[in-house]
Design a protein around this ligand. Structure first.
Ligand code: ADP
Ligand code: MG
Length: 343
C-alpha cells in the first residue's frame, strides 16, 4: 500500500504538454530511436505519439491502461533510484479518464500489431489485431471532452504548441541520439534528426559528445555553440559538463536555459541560484544567461519524485551541490571572460 500511495502521489494532466511529456518519456523508456509527435489544434483535438520502441503484446496492452500497472518498478527500493524516466503506472489510465485514448502497438517479434481503445470506464478493454509497424502509437483525442471546466483553461493553440515545442527541445537535448519530429496541423515544426552512423564516427572526441554538439546546433543554433564556453568539472561524486554563454548571446527571447540532473530537465531554485550567483559574481549582472548544463551524481543523492508535474528536485547534500555548481561556473566564466578580454 505504501508503494501504491507513493505512486498515487499524483499524475497531473494540466495541458496538452503534460500528455506529450508522459507519452514521449514512455517512448524513450521503450528504447525508441525515432519519435514523432503529431498535433492538431495545439494538442486539444489530437495528440499522436509514434515510436519505434519495443512495443507491447496483446496481453500487455490492457495492462498498460489499467491503474498502477507499470512494468517499471519492482519494489519501493527501486522507486528511490528510479533509473527509467517513467514511474508510477498512472499516466495512461489518467489520460483515459480525461480524453479518448487509442493505442496501437507491435512487438518486433510479432507478425502484426494490436489495438486497444480505452474509454475511461472500469472495464478493461480487449486488444484487437491491427496493422502497425514494430513500435507503438498512442493517440489522445478531444482532451477534456468530459471535463468542460478544465477545457476552459486551455490556452490558444499557439501557446499550447509553444509549451510542447519547448518540451521537445528539452527532451531532445537530454537524448541527443534519438530523432524527434514535431508536426502541428499537418505542418512540420521541428525535425531533429538523429545522427547517422557516419556522423558519429567522424573522428570527434566521442560519439556522445558529437551527437550532443549536433543536437545543440539543432535546438539552440550554431551561434550558441560559437558564443558558448565548454565546461567540464568534477568533485567527489559530482560531475558537471555542458556549455555556458555570456549574456551577450541573446539571439531571441526564447528560453535558453537548460539544466539537467541525471538526464532529467529541472527547474530548481537551488540550481538557479547557484547559476545566477556565478554569472553575477563574474559579469556583475545575470540577465538572460544562456546555458545547457548536465549534472551527474549518484541517483541516491537526489530525489526526482518531489512532484511529478513540477521540475524540482531535492538534493541530499544541497549545500554541497550548490557550491559545486557555483564554483564550476565561476571558474569557467572568469577564465573565459579573461581570455576573450570581455571583462
Ligand atoms: P509508467 O510509464 O509509469 O510505467 P504509464 O501509464 O506511462 O506508466 O505506462 C504504463 C505501461 O505501459 C508502461 O509501464 C509500459 O509497460 C507500457 N507502455 C506505455 N507506453 C509504451 C510505449 N510507447 N512502448 C512500450 N510500452 C509502453
Ligand atoms: Mg510513463
Amino acid at each position: 500500500p505504501q508503494l501504491i500511495n507513493q505512486i498515487a502521489a499524483g499524475e497531473v494532466i494540466e495541458r496538452p504538454a503534460s500528455i506529450v511529456k508522459e507519452l514521449v518519456e514512455n517512448s524513450l523508456d521503450a528504447g525508441a530511436r525515432q519519435i514523432e509527435v503529431l498535433l492538431e489544434r495545439g494538442g486539444a483535438k489530437r495528440i499522436l505519439v509514434r515510436d519505434d520502441g519495443c512495443g507491447m503484446s496483446a496481453e500487455e496492452l490492457p495492462l498498460a491502461v489499467s491503474r498502477h500497472a507499470t512494468s517499471k518498478i519492482a519494489s519501493l527500493a527501486d522507486l528511490e533510484s528510479v533509473a527509467t524516466l517513467g514511474f508510477r503506472g498512472e499516466a495512461l489510465p489518467s489520460m483515459a479518464s480525461v480524453a479518448r485514448l487509442r493505442i496501437l502497438s507491435r512487438r518486433a517479434d510479432a507478425d502484426h500489431g494490436f489495438a486497444i481503445t480505452a474509454d475511461g470506464s472500469d472495464q478493461t478493454p480487449a486488444a484487437e489485431p491491427a496493422a502497425h509497424a514494430p513500435g507503438t502509437s498512442v493517440e489522445v483525442l478531444d482532451l477534456f471532452f468530459n471535463t468542460p471546466a478544465r477545457r476552459k483553461f486551455l490556452r490558444t493553440e499557439k501557446t499550447e504548441l509553444g509549451h510542447i515545442e519547448q518540451l521537445i527541445r528539452r527532451l531532445a537535448l537530454a537524448h541527443a541520439r534519438v530523432g524527434f519530429r514535431l508536426e502541428h496541423n499537418g505542418r512540420s515544426v521541428l525535425d531533429l534528426r538523429a545522427p547517422s552512423h557516419g556522423d558519429i564516427n567522424d573522428g570527434q572526441a566521442s560519439d556522445g559528445q558529437a551527437s550532443l554538439r549536433r543536437r545543440l546546433e539543432q535546438t539552440l543554433g550554431g551561434d550558441f555553440l560559437d558564443a558558448a564556453l565548454m565546461l567540464e568539472d568534477q568533485a567527489v561524486g559530482l560531475r558537471l559538463f555542458g556549455w555556458v554563454a555570456q549574456p551577450a548571446f541573446s539571439r531571441s527571447q526564447a528560453d535558453r536555459q537548460f539544466f539537467f540532473v541525471n538526464g532529467r530537465m529541472v527547474r530548481d531554485k537551488l540550481v538557479a541560484h547557484a547559476v545566477r550567483q556565478a554569472y553575477q559574481d563574474v559579469l556583475h549582472h545575470s540577465r538572460h544567461p544562456a546555458y545547457v548544463l548536465f549534472l551527474e551524481l549518484d541517483p541516491r543523492q537526489v530525489d526526482v519524485n518531489v512532484h511529478p508535474a513540477k521540475q524540482e528536485v531535492r538534493f541530499r547534500e544541497g549545500r554541497q551541490v550548490h557550491d559545486f555548481i557555483f564554483r564550476a561556473l565561476h571558474r569557467r566564466l572568469a577564465g573565459g571572460a579573461m581570455a576573450a578580454g570581455a571583462l
